[in-house]
Design a protein around this ligand. Structure first.
Ligand code: LMR
Length: 337
């Protein structure tokens, strides 16, 4: 009897050890949700992150990437991240306003950055660090900035002059700055999730929109818009983020490996973005499905003149001090637009 009890205890202990080992060997799952196609700067960078994160943690971390709004649309994905239903995202900066972080909307200001060099002085410097920290109080860790690119405008009429926008319904992301921008051009802004834009353009629910060319091409939006205007009037980029509780709770060695993967994936994203947008512009050109318009210097000047007031209108929402420090970093002078 005694021996039998001993054997039972031994068996139970062995089982418990097996179970504990099995649990310890379960990989840590990172669900990474996003709204764009795979073959975009963000889509490719997310895949690259998956690859190096899994390699470097030797399978202890598994990254599941869900592209194309497969899991969640814009607003839902941020809520899902805060609730811990997904662990990582890279929403565009224009999407943080509704959760009360309006500072990111400064990146939506028209003509604020002449090029990536100017932009990176902000995202890769102290202002960028300060902005990432701002997310802590929302239960989010800001991990880095991923570029997409400069935006083009589209419609079924050639938008050469600000007057051409009058009365058009233009889809925007959920940003007050973009709302002011479309109003300053005389159009009617309509906030809409990215995943719904193609159909809205196709059916005429909206008349036009804006985005970097990589998003137009991969969503086939150019097939349902007669004109694309190479206006480069603003920037669209992303904040790579994670659920803070999840990220802070990672085992130390995994965290080190993932921090490294984040750093390298960020470099990968930012090296790739311009190239991808250039390639996609060529593909749109070759498709012959839309007419590509380049603005003359005079036309460009008229856009700038119409849009400059957006800076002043947005100052109170974004914060005067932040705006001034961005201007200082980039050398931007609104009085010179
Ligand atoms: C959009 O909603 O237009 C973009 O933010 C989509 C994206 O993630 O690039």
């Amino acid at each position: 009897m005694k021996l039998r009890n001993l054997m039972l205890m031994f068996a139970a202990a062995t089982l418990a050890t097996f179970a504990a080992t099995a649990i310890a060997q379960q990989p840590i799952i990172i669900k990474f949700s996003h709204v764009v196609a795979l073959d975009t700067p963000k889509g490719l960078a997310a895949e690259y992150f998956k690859k190096i994160a899994e390699e470097r943690t030797k399978g202890r971390v598994k990254v599941e990437v869900y592209p194309n709004s497969q899991l969640y649309k814009d607003k839902e994905e941020l809520e899902a991240l805060q609730l811990g239903a997904v662990q990582m995202l890279a929403p565009s900066m224009a999407k943080f306003g509704p959760m009360g972080v309006r500072e990111y909307e400064s990146f939506d200001l028209p003509y604020l950055f002449d090029d990536f060099k100017e932009l990176h002085r902000v995202t890769q410097g102290p202002i960028g660090q300060m902005l990432l920290k701002k997310l802590d109080s929302k239960g989010i860790v800001g991990l880095g900035f991923w570029d997409n690119g400069f935006k083009v405008m589209s419609a079924n009429k050639p938008l050469r002059k600000p007057e051409d926008f009058k009365g058009l319904k233009m889809r925007i992301q959920s940003s007050k700055v973009l709302e002011s921008q479309m109003r300053a051009l005389g159009s009617i802004p309509q906030v809409m999730a990215f995943g719904e834009v193609y159909q809205a353009l196709q059916t005429g629910v909206v008349d036009g929109t804006e985005n970097p060319i990589s998003n137009f091409y991969t969503q086939k939006m150019h097939e349902v818009q007669k004109y694309l205007i190479l206006s480069n009037h603003g920037y669209l980029g992303y904040v790579l983020i994670a659920n803070k509780k999840f990220w802070d709770g990672l085992p130390a060695d995994i965290r080190v490996a993932l921090d490294g993967a984040v750093k390298d994936a960020t470099k990968f994203a930012n090296d790739l973005a311009q190239k991808k947008n250039d390639e996609d512009l060529e593909s749109v050109r070759k498709s012959g499905k839309t007419q590509i318009i380049t603005l003359t210097p005079q036309e460009k000047q008229a856009w700038k003149k119409a849009l400059i007031k957006v800076h002043q209108e947005s100052e109170a929402k974004i914060g005067k001090d932040l705006l001034q420090s961005i201007y200082k970093e980039t050398g931007f002078d609104p009085s010179k637009l």
